[in-house]
Design a protein around this ligand. Structure first.
Ligand code: NI
Length: 396
C-alpha cells in the first residue's frame, strides 16, 4: 500500500480526530474521555483494543496476514495545566488545561496509522501494537504497561514527537542522543540558629546554601566534559523565618539533565562531594536526596534508525530528512527504550512561520500546521510495515 497517498486521503479524518482531542484535553492519569474516544474510534474500525480498569490509555493490536515479529508504535495522550491562548475555533473547552505539547497530534497520527495498517494487514509480516500512553508529562506514565507485562512480546518500538526546532513536515531520524535524562534533587542544609546580631553564636544555613549554589555551577563548568552536555539548575530556595534570625535550615531543589549516563553519574557524584565539603567548610551539615526520573532518549540501534530513515525517504523523498541539536528536555519513552533496546524516537518538525506556528511546546500559544498530520501517520505505518517485513520470519 502507498501509505503516503492513503494518509493524504485520510487527512480530513486525522484532522477531525486531532481537533476533537485538542478541544478535550485531560491531565495526566485523568485521560478518561480521551481513552473512551480512542476505544470508540478503534473499535469502529474493527481493531481489537485492550483497556485497563485502573488506568487510562489503551493498546490496540493489529495481527498481520503473515507470521513475523511484533513492533510497537507509541503516542502519548495527556495534556498540560496551561491556559490555551491560541484563539483557535477548536481550542480547549477545559479552562487551564491545554494540549500544549502536541500529544493531540501524536494521538491522531497514531489513529491514522492504525487505519493504514489495518487496511493493509494482509500484507503485514507479524503484529503491530499501538500504545496510546497516559501520563507522559509526569515522567512515569509509560511504566504501567510494561510493568504489567502488556509489552513483553515487543521486538522493536518507535515513538514520535512534533518538534518546533525543525521545519514543518521534516522528519528527524538521528543516531545517538535525542533527549536528556531527568533527575531531581533536594539539598537540605542544617546549621545553628542564633540572633541576627550574633552570627558568631550560630552557623548560618543561608550562607552555606548560597555557597553550595555557587559551587554547583562548577559541576558543568569544571567537572563535566565540554563535549558532553549537562545542565544543573537550582529551581527553589527555602530558608529563614525572620529578618533578625540566623537560619538553621535551608532547602534547595533542582534538576539535572544529561545526554549520557556518564555525565548523569558524574553530576550525582560531584554534587554529593560539593554539598558535603562546602557545608562542612561553613560549619554546617547537608544531605542530598537524589531522585532519578528518566534516562536519556538515545537512538542507539543504527540498523533500526536506518529502517526509519529509509521508510521516510520511500514516503517523501530524501529532502524530508532533517537534523537538529539534541534537546535537554526529557521524555518518558526512555523507559520503554531501556526495556526494549531495539527502539528509536523521532521528531516531526512543526515550525512554520507563515502559519504562525512559532511558539515553543509547553506554551499557551503553541500550534502546528495540520499538514504534518498525514506525514506522521504515514511514517508510523511505513516504519512498522518495513521493520516487520525486513525481519520477517525471524525469531518468533
Ligand atoms: Ni511532549
Amino acid at each position: 500500500m502507498d501509505f503516503a497517498q492513503r494518509a493524504q486521503q485520510l487527512r480530513e479524518t486525522i484532522v477531525r480526530d486531532r481537533r476533537w482531542i485538542h478541544r478535550h484535553p485531560e491531565l495526566s492519569y485523568h485521560e478518561h474521555e480521551t481513552t473512551a474516544y480512542l476505544v470508540c474510534r478503534l473499535t469502529r474500525m474493527g481493531i481489537p483494543v485492550q483497556t485497563f480498569g485502573d488506568y487510562t490509555g489503551c493498546i490496540a493490536t493489529i495481527q498481520g496476514g503473515q507470521p513475523g515479529r511484533t513492533v510497537l508504535l507509541r503516542a502519548d495522550i495527556d495534556a498540560l495545566p496551561i491556559q490555551e491562548e491560541t484563539g483557535l475555533d477548536f481550542a480547549s473547552v477545559h479552562p487551564g488545561v491545554m494540549h500544549a505539547c502536541g500529544h493531540d497530534c501524536h494521538t491522531a497520527m497514531l489513529l491514522g496509522a492504525a487505519r493504514l495498517l489495518w487496511e493493509g494487514r494482509q500484507e503485514l509480516y507479524g503484529t503491530v501494537k499501538l500504545l496510546f500512553q497516559a501520563a507522559e508529562e509526569v515522567f512515569i506514565g509509560s511504566h504501567y504497561y510494561w510493568d504489567r507485562g502488556c509489552l513483553s512480546d515487543v521486538d522493536a518500538a518507535m515513538g514520535m514527537h512534533v518538534w518546533p526546532t525543525a521545519p514543518s513536515g521534516k522528519l528527524v531520524v538521528q543516531d545517538g542522543p535525542m533527549m536528556a535524562s531527568c533527575d531531581t534533587f533536594t539539598i537540605t542544609v542544617r546549621g545553628v540558629s542564633a540572633h541576627g546580631s550574633r552570627p558568631d553564636a550560630g552557623r548560618d544555613a543561608i550562607v552555606a546554601a548560597s555557597a553550595i549554589i555557587c559551587e554547583l555551577q562548577t559541576i558543568v563548568s569544571r567537572c563535566a566534559s565540554p563535549l558532553d552536555p549537562l545542565v544543573v539548575s537550582v529551581g527553589t530556595v527555602h530558608a529563614g523565618t525572620e529578618f533578625n534570625i540566623i537560619a538553621d535550615t535551608a532547602v534547595l531543589e533542582g534538576t539535572v539533565r544529561a545526554l549520557s549516563e556518564q555525565a548523569r553519574q558524574l553530576a550525582e557524584t560531584a554534587m554529593g562531594r560539593i554539598v558535603r565539603e562546602t557545608s562542612a567548610a561553613m560549619g554546617c551539615t547537608a544531605e542530598v536526596d537524589w531522585r532519578p526520573l528518566e534516562s536519556p532518549v538515545c537512538n542507539g540501534n543504527m540498523a533500526l534508525n536506518e529502517v526509519a530513515r529509509s521508510a521516510a525517504r520511500k514516503l517523501f523523498g530524501d529532502g524530508v530528512l532533517y537534523r537538529v541539536q539534541p534537546a535537554m528536555g526529557s521524555e518518558d519513552f526512555s523507559y520503554l527504550m531501556e526495556k526494549i533496546p531495539n527502539s528509536l524516537f523521532l521528531f516531526l518538525g512543526c515550525y512554520d512561520e507563515a502559519q504562525g506556528c512559532v511558539h515553543p511546546i509547553h506554551n499557551g500559544k503553541f500550534q502546528i500546521n495540520e499538514d504534518i498530520l498525514p506525514i506522521g501517520a504515514a511514517q508510523y505505518a511505513q516504519f512498522a510495515a518495513d521493520y516487520l517485513e525486513q525481519s520477517g520470519g525471524e525469531g518468533q
